[in-house]
Design a protein around this ligand. Structure first.
Ligand code: GTP
Ligand code: MG
Length: 195
């Protein structure tokens, strides 16, 4: 599938303000700074669509983008960002969790994981939460361009080994890079199949 046009539609604080549920929707979630907004830009071939930053905590709202007038991409605030007040963080997290749990037209959640670091408790717990709510998700290992490919493979193997300790079925996972566009075709064909 190729994308002809992607447009910013709306930023919402919470689910009640999101656009109508008339089109299939795909959301990107993961720790702050993992590369969610960059990945949306990579998929849509538009570096300026979603706002990115070297500093964590950039995306603070639920951002809807409409693609070819047929489906939505959703950029979400990252979790685990320490530099805002506890109260503020709890509010984002509550709004994001409610959105993920209740949004009727959400077809798939892409959970982004930094390919460079060992499995993090916060990511593993988030996966458990998704599974407990029976929400469908795919893992996307990000920033693969930053490591040698053998190192990426070693890290992914370690990740799978960690998951096997508590998961019977390992979630579907892809390697990605917003720099060199690794994973773009695969993600777009997944989305295309689901649409
Ligand atoms: P929040 O909105 O704060 O939650 O962050 P985010 O997950 O949206 O991350 P964002 O896309 O803003 O990227 C964070 C930083 O990582 C930026 O400096 C990006 O340029 C960089 N980055 C993101 N993806 C990649 C990638 O695939 N490769 C490399 N080398 N850098 C990346
Ligand atoms: Mg962002």
């Amino acid at each position: 599938m190729e994308i002809k046009e992607a447009k910013f539609l709306k930023s919402s604080v919470q689910i009640g303000q999101c656009p109508p549920t008339d089109l299939p929707e795909f959301a990107f979630i993961g720790r702050s700074n993992v590369g969610k907004s960059s990945l949306i830009n990579m998929l849509t071939n538009n570096k300026n669509l979603a706002k990115t930053s070297g500093k964590p905590g950039k995306t603070r709202l639920i951002n809807h983008f409409i693609v070819d007038d047929r489906w939505y991409l959703v950029d979400l605030p990252g979790f685990g960002y320490a530099k805002v007040s506890k109260k503020e963080r709890a509010k984002w997290e509550r709004n994001t969790y409610l959105y993920l749990e209740k949004r009727e037209n959400l077809h798939m959640i892409f959970l982004l994981i930094d390919s460079r670091i060992p499995p993090q408790k916060i990511d593993l717990e988030f996966m458990q939460w998704l599974a407990s709510k029976q929400l469908p998700f795919v893992l996307l290992f990000t920033k693969c361009d930053k490591l040698k490919s053998e190192k990426v493979d070693d890290n992914l193997k370690a990740y799978v080994a960690e998951l096997r300790k508590s998961w019977k079925d390992i979630p579907f996972a892809l390697k990605t890079s917003s720099e060199d566009k690794t994973g773009r075709e695969e993600i777009l064909s997944l989305i295309s199949e689901m649409i």
